[in-house]
Design a protein around this ligand. Structure first.
Ligand SMILES: [Zn+2]
Length: 356
């Protein structure tokens, strides 16, 4: 008995083991027994496109030093603070519990969990504001933005749009993302020719670790959520592109903290994403869920199409003029149709969700 007692005492960071177990399921070697744990690397799994862990246990976690690294991930390396790992792959609660324990350690600061978004713009990037007006090739990109996408000069300059003529991102528009210090933390590279595949090329970093163009966000004002960077350019009023189907880490935390009025502004075909997001917001807004709105766009066109037809001002009017909807209205009917439950308006199934 004595031996076991002594043994357990030697495991530093034992309080983190339950959280790690929670995040990675029961598939962690060394839980409760060692400071050095092994589990399957979720980053490797993502890269290989596997629907299940790869069974290789390449991810090592040290609960005494509160660090992790994957032995296989290289370029980019996947390593950092344990808090960062939990922040990326755990739930919001997992990370909150982690912080409450980690704060007991004198050397812990939340900043250690923020590191590692080392994104630089492609070295070939030329900002539109620096383009050579005598160079017809440069004008190709300018024309794409101004004539094809109907993005105004002001917006082009405000968001510091650029392009690449050569390199990995050749013939692409670069939409940089700036953090609150004005540093680049991400970019989206879109082909100017729709036939080019893939249409978008983005850096391989975890999207939960930053908010696209957070430097432009005013949390005291209504925040609009849209899907991608070009939708943001279509509706550039305190708009955050979620860059996917979920509200992830950093954005989730900030919304939870500030609880701004929020408008979900997704394309008409994105009902599934919209309901996902609605439920995510619902879970953090507590008794302030009336701050969450969903806007039905005035037609079946997506934001970009609307703006191309109506121009910037026309589009903003159309959006403001659109009825603001609570979730039990048009949206629910559409969702029911979307899920093939149009009989009886499908009311029963959704009222269940919202009360539960
Ligand atoms: Zn890995």
């Amino acid at each position: 008995m004595h031996f076991f007692y002594y043994f357990y005492e030697m495991v530093i960071g034992l309080e983190f083991h339950d959280i790690i177990n929670n995040v990675f399921g029961s598939d962690v070697k060394g839980i409760g027994q060692s400071e050095q744990l092994q589990t399957c690397c979720p980053k490797c799994q993502e890269r290989e496109g596997l629907s299940h862990p790869d069974g290789k246990y390449n991810l090592e976690i040290n609960t005494s030093k509160r660090v992790f690294r994957c032995w296989k991930c290289d370029e980019p390396k996947f390593s950092g603070s344990l808090g960062r790992l939990i922040k990326i792959y755990g739930s919001h609660t997992d990370y909150e519990v982690y912080k409450s324990y980690a704060k007991i350690f004198r050397d812990y600061t939340e900043e250690e969990d923020f590191e590692d978004v080392f994104v630089k713009l492609p070295s070939e990037t030329i900002f539109i504001e620096d383009m050579d007006v005598k160079n017809p090739n440069h004008f190709k990109f300018y024309n794409y933005l101004v004539n094809d996408r109907k993005i105004s000069r002001d917006i082009i300059l405000k968001y510091k749009l650029g392009f690449c003529e050569e390199g990995k991102y050749y013939d692409r528009i670069i939409v940089p993302s700036f953090d609150i210090k004005g540093e680049i933390n991400y970019f989206v590279a879109r082909a100017i020719d729709d036939k080019m595949k893939p249409k978008y090329m983005n850096p391989d970093v975890n999207k939960g670790l930053f908010i696209f163009n957070e430097g432009f966000v005013n949390w005291d004002s209504t925040v609009y959520l849209c899907e991608g960077a070009f939708e943001m350019l279509s509706f550039p009023i305190n708009t955050i592109p979620i860059l996917g189907k979920d509200i992830l880490g950093e954005l989730f935390s900030k919304l939870k903290k500030h609880k701004p009025n929020i408008v979900i502004l997704l394309d008409p075909d994105a009902y599934k994403t919209t309901i996902n997001i609605y439920f995510q917001l619902h879970s953090i807004y507590g008794n302030e869920t009336d701050k969450i709105r969903i806007i039905k766009l005035p037609s079946n066109d997506d934001l970009d199409e609307i703006r191309k037809k109506l121009g910037n001002d026309g589009m903003i009017n159309a959006i403001y003029g659109a009825r603001k909807l609570m979730v039990d209205d048009y949206f629910i009917k559409k969702l029911n149709n979307f899920y093939g439950r149009n009989g009886n308006n499908g009311q029963y199934s959704y009222s269940k969700y919202f009360k539960g």
